[in-house]
Design a protein around this ligand. Structure first.
Ligand code: KIV
Length: 273
């Protein structure tokens, strides 16, 4: 077997992630939305599992992350937590559950934590949501920030292209990153921004910066697990490395099963009672 399995079998906490940044150890993070996948991802040694609102696309087939509900995120969060022993489990707060005001955000955050038993939450945005972030943090709930491409704002951007290429947007992102750190966030995700900007943010912040499409000079990487396993043939952005071609593996296995059933090759005598 190839790969990297940590000797440290202790549960990953916010403190351990900050220690990892301090000693220069990169943080590995992947999404999972269900129990079976969470068991595999955790068993393979991942540091952080994100129950992303990308479940809206990947699990439900929606075009955007906007339709997924608080109840649905809690369902996915619960399923993942049951499958995990070591990784930190972070649940995305879905669109519409925190943008209204601080008390709405706090109530949604408390529901997710109480019902899913996750370790932390992730919210998209900077200055616009900083009071909500502070309110959630004041309840003792660890918060991971998310800047750069923020899929919950897709209708504002109109495109999933690289963000913060111009100076004004880059300056705002840097300011927001500092605001989130000062508020008390334990980590920050940067999605689809120039590698040089992500490197600058990671070097200025003391909290870990996890990138997706943000280059290698950050403190860790996150990908959607179905994408990196090659389950989804239609999505091939430049930042994605496919570590397997499960689409082919699964299609071959399922078509063999169909053929065996049709030809009466399954079940055989040993596969019955
Ligand atoms: O929902 C998600 O999967 C995410 C990652 C892309 C960071 O937010």
């Amino acid at each position: 077997m190839t790969g990297y399995i940590s000797d440290d079998k202790r549960k990953v906490t916010t403190h351990r992630l900050i220690e990892m940044k301090e000693r220069g150890e990169k943080i590995s993070m992947l999404t999972a939305y269900d129990y079976t996948m969470a068991q595999i991802v955790d068993g393979a040694g991942i540091d952080v599992i994100l129950v992303g609102d990308s479940a809206s696309n990947v699990m439900a087939g929606n075009v955007t992350t906007l339709p997924i509900t608080l109840d649905q995120m809690i369902y996915h969060g619960k399923s993942v937590v049951r499958g995990v022993k070591r990784a930190m489990v972070v649940v995305d707060m879905p669109f519409g559950s925190y943008q209204g005001n601080e008390m709405e955000g706090l109530a949604s955050a408390i529901r997710i934590m109480k019902e899913s038993h996750a370790d932390a939450l992730k919210l998209e945005g900077g200055e616009e949501i900083i009071d909500t972030v502070k309110r959630i943090l004041s309840a003792g709930i660890p918060v991971m920030g998310h800047l750069g491409l923020m899929p919950q704002s897709i209708n504002k951007y109109g495109t999933y292209t690289v963000r913060a290429k111009d100076d004004a947007e880059a300056e705002k992102l840097i300011k927001d990153a500092h605001l989130l750190q000062e508020a008390g966030c334990f980590a920050l995700v940067l999605e689809k921004i120039p590698a040089s900007l992500a490197a600058r943010v990671a070097s200025e912040l003391t909290i870990p910066v996890i990138g997706i499409g943000a280059g290698g000079a950050v403190d860790g990487q996150v990908l959607v697990v179905q994408d990196m396993l090659g389950m989804n043939n239609g999505f091939r952005p430049r930042f994605l490395r496919r570590y397997a071609d499960l689409n082919t593996v699964m299609t071959d296995a399922i078509s063999s099963y169909v053929s065996d059933v049709k030809n009466c090759f399954f079940p055989n005598e040993k596969e019955q009672y």
